[in-house]
Design a protein around this ligand. Structure first.
Ligand code: AMP
Length: 152
């Protein structure tokens, strides 16, 4: 059987009440201050693994799996909520790049996970759209439900 390839998208499906709204534009960093824009511009370092005209992919600075890459559009958009601001070509390039970098890391067939956090409830911390591509080892079965409430 082919490798199981779960694709989890922490989508900002506010209309379905699954995830909260992303911040208002006033709280979203402008590209000049955005760390991922600075990486795209070569003004901040990164461990780059892939680049094309639309997309950059690099290692997460704090990897939480043996393979933990970030795939980002070169054009600044804050989150998946603003996906429609990207060209159709850039949108396609993002997903294709997720698969390509997984293949290049040798994790395509054993299984990998693609996650994007959008907004507060999803714990988005960098407000430049990015897809986490993680794998290289057995991942937690459940990356969807909320954390348990802290015990008193
Ligand atoms: P999120 O919490 O989904 O917004 O993910 C943001 C990710 O960006 C985190 O996993 C961080 O470790 C990662 N990150 C933040 N700054 C950098 C950086 N300069 N280079 C690479 N990864 C970064």
């Amino acid at each position: 059987m082919r490798g199981f390839v779960p694709v989890l998208l922490g989508l900002a499906l506010a209309s379905q009440g699954l995830v909260a709204q992303v911040p208002t534009p006033a709280s979203t960093p402008k590209p000049a201050a955005c760390i991922f824009c600075r990486i795209v511009a070569g003004q901040a370092p990164s461990k780059k693994v892939y680049e094309d005209s639309h997309v950059l992919a690099f290692w997460d600075i704090q990897p939480r799996a043996k393979v933990h890459l970030l795939v980002i559009p070169k054009q600044h958009v804050a989150s998946l909520k603003e996906l429609d601001d990207l060209s159709v070509e850039a949108r396609a390039a993002l997903l294709s790049a997720c698969v390509k970098v997984a293949k290049d890391q040798g994790i395509l067939d054993k299984g990998f996970r693609v996650i994007t956090n959008a907004g507060k409830d999803a714990n988005q911390s960098v407000f430049h759209l990015h897809f986490h591509v993680v794998g290289g080892e057995q991942l937690r079965e459940d990356a969807i439900t909320k954390d348990p409430a802290p015990q008193p």
